[in-house]
Design a protein around this ligand. Structure first.
Ligand code: GLC
Length: 534
């Protein structure tokens, strides 16, 4: 792997939403000392890295993705010293920590933006993208009018309170003179600001960044040349100055993100139909694609399509091989919980799949115990329908599920009210629990290079609208065959796999593999899976 830190070879990440992980000072909101107090637990999952959602000063109109000070930890989470301690304590346990870099925008309360709003030109006037008069705009972009003293509208990236930083236009429209080229000195100044922010946290001990909305930074860039140049520049700087640090993108197109300079890109719900068809049952439109959703391969109704996914994955892997990794996370703070509508047995099938995928898995906090999406919550800090996937971690059977000792009505979000809600404490005691299953799979993965990041992926049975899915992972002569049947029906497959007569089941339930000369057959019960060493 060129210029890629070797710790990624067997990396498995744990994503922590700081406000709902563990509250150490009884104010109803999670904090950094709380995360430090739980590091041994995180380590017990056998993961070797953490991704921390934004923890910086913010008015929290988008849960911290609206940063008002990139250089300081939000007081509700602690101090910069606490973050430094977190790096130190995680490192002492052999774990890395990456931060969330909200590169594309700030909060409207950021001092740069406040200065930029002023009529009097100043250093920050062009740090954001403003039209040159209050009636202005341009198709394809979103603007807020009537906000500032200066005569112009500002471009936004997401919510109205997230003004877009000015990384320039690759091909400025000559009819829109407010569009600045990428080499404009003010644009270059913004680019340097981002580098300085990265440098500050890397010097303090961070191991890299998950970059929010990574493809969105450069405008007027239909070929993608501008965005590739931008990230390639940061990446070559990292390679030189911080070769162990990594960049993970929220791009959802590894075959674009990795060549642009990222070490890892997520396959998530907003652009890849194959991935989306794995876990999402609801109708779902992907822009520029005929995909309309409504299918889910990991579903007892069994209406999914493994072929679409297997082909898409193979295409992505072909491009990123030897350069970087795909990541198929269990979930994240922007989508529903993987638990929704699935039993423990069904979740085990999904996890057998997720933890034997090539690239770098990410576990969203609480998914290891099967926390559910909580319905009916009022939106918190711009969460809207994402709010239900952000509820407090369920540690034990005590008040507030052990998340906080503050009064229940002061919690950041309520605890899942279900009487069956899973907890870490209960699952610790049960050798068959989801938690212990996740630990076992992550350990197996990290001890078996063929199952880890670099192992090759080959579909052995992935047919349109058929179950099961069977694939091989291999590296340097080590081989595994994995079969998953998430449907509620028996399933069987015949495929080719030389050497399968030596197959040894390492983990699994409800599968029967028979190797005949020339072909292998597998018969599988509903919600079954197996990992075989060959
Ligand atoms: C990303 C984040 C999301 C946030 C948005 C705007 O998609 O994951 O939580 O709201 O960017 O920053």
């Amino acid at each position: 792997m060129e210029n890629t830190p070797s710790w990624l070879k067997d990396a498995v990440f744990y994503e922590i939403y700081p406000q709902t992980f563990y509250d150490s000072n009884n104010d109803g909101i999670g904090d950094l000392p709380g995360i430090i107090a739980k590091l041994d637990y995180i380590k017990s999952l056998n993961v070797n890295a953490i991704w921390l959602n934004p923890c910086f000063v913010s008015p929290f109109q988008d849960a911290g993705y609206d940063v008002a000070d990139f250089y300081n930890v939000a007081p509700r989470y602690g101090t910069n010293d606490d973050l430094k301690q977190l790096f130190k304590q995680a490192h002492a346990r052999g774990m890395k920590v990456i931060l969330d870099l909200v590169a594309g925008h700030t909060s409207i309360e950021h001092p740069w933006f406040r200065e930029s709003c002023k009529a009097e030109p100043n250093k920050y006037s062009n740090y954001f993208i403003w039209t040159d008069d209050w009636g202005g705009g341009a198709p394809g972009y979103r603007f807020i009018n009537g906000f500032a003293e200066r005569s112009g509208n500002y471009m936004i990236n997401f919510f109205y309170c997230q003004p877009a930083l000015n990384y320039g236009f690759k091909n400025p429209d000559p009819d829109q003179p407010w569009q600045m080229p990428c080499d404009h000195p003010d644009v270059k100044a913004v680019r340097e600001e981002l580098r300085n922010i990265m440098k500050f946290w890397l010097d303090m001990g961070a191991d890299g960044f998950r970059v929010d909305m990574a493809p969105s930074l450069v405008r007027g860039d239909s070929t993608g040349e501008g965005i590739r140049e931008l990230w390639a520049d940061y990446r070559s700087w990292l390679n030189r100055e911080y070769p162990e640090a990594i960049l993970v993108s929220e791009w959802s197109h590894p075959s674009e993100a990795v060549p642009a300079g990222f070490h890892i890109d997520f396959m998530v719900h907003f652009s890849l139909p194959g991935y989306t068809s794995l876990f999402r049952k609801e109708p779902y439109r992907i822009p520029n694609s005929p995909f309309t959703g409504g299918v889910s391969f990991f579903d007892r109704d069994g209406n999914g399509d493994a072929k679409l996914f297997a082909e898409e994955l193979a295409e992505q892997l072909d491009v990123v091989r030897n350069k970087g990794y795909v990541s198929i996370p269990t979930g994240n703070h922007d989508i529903g919980r993987i638990r929704q509508g699935r039993s423990d047995a069904e979740l085990k099938v999904a996890y057998a799949f997720l933890f034997t995928m090539p690239g770098v898995p990410f576990i969203y906090y609480g998914d290891e115990i099967g926390m559910d999406y909580v319905t009916g919550l009022v939106s918190k800090e711009g969460g809207y329908n994402r709010t239900g996937a952000r509820t407090p971690m369920q540690w034990d059977g005590s008040d507030n599920a052990g998340f906080s000792t503050s009064p229940a009505n002061q919690l950041y979000l309520p605890i899942d009210p279900s009487e069956q809600r899973p907890t870490v404490a209960a699952q610790e005691k049960d050798t068959d629990s989801l938690l212990n299953f996740v630990r076992k799979l992550v350990k197996l993965r990290r001890e078996s290079p063929a199952l880890a990041s670099d192992g090759e992926f080959k579909a052995l049975f992935a047919e349109e609208k058929k179950y099961p899915l069977v694939y091989e992972r291999s590296l340097n002569g080590e081989r595994y065959v994995i079969a998953v049947n998430p449907s509620g029906k028996n399933a069987a497959a015949e495929f080719c796999c030389p050497g399968a007569d030596k197959a040894r089941e390492i983990v699994g339930c409800g599968c029967n593999l028979t190797a005949n000369p020339g072909a292998v057959t597998i018969s599988m019960q509903p919600a079954s899976f197996a990992i075989y060493a060959i």
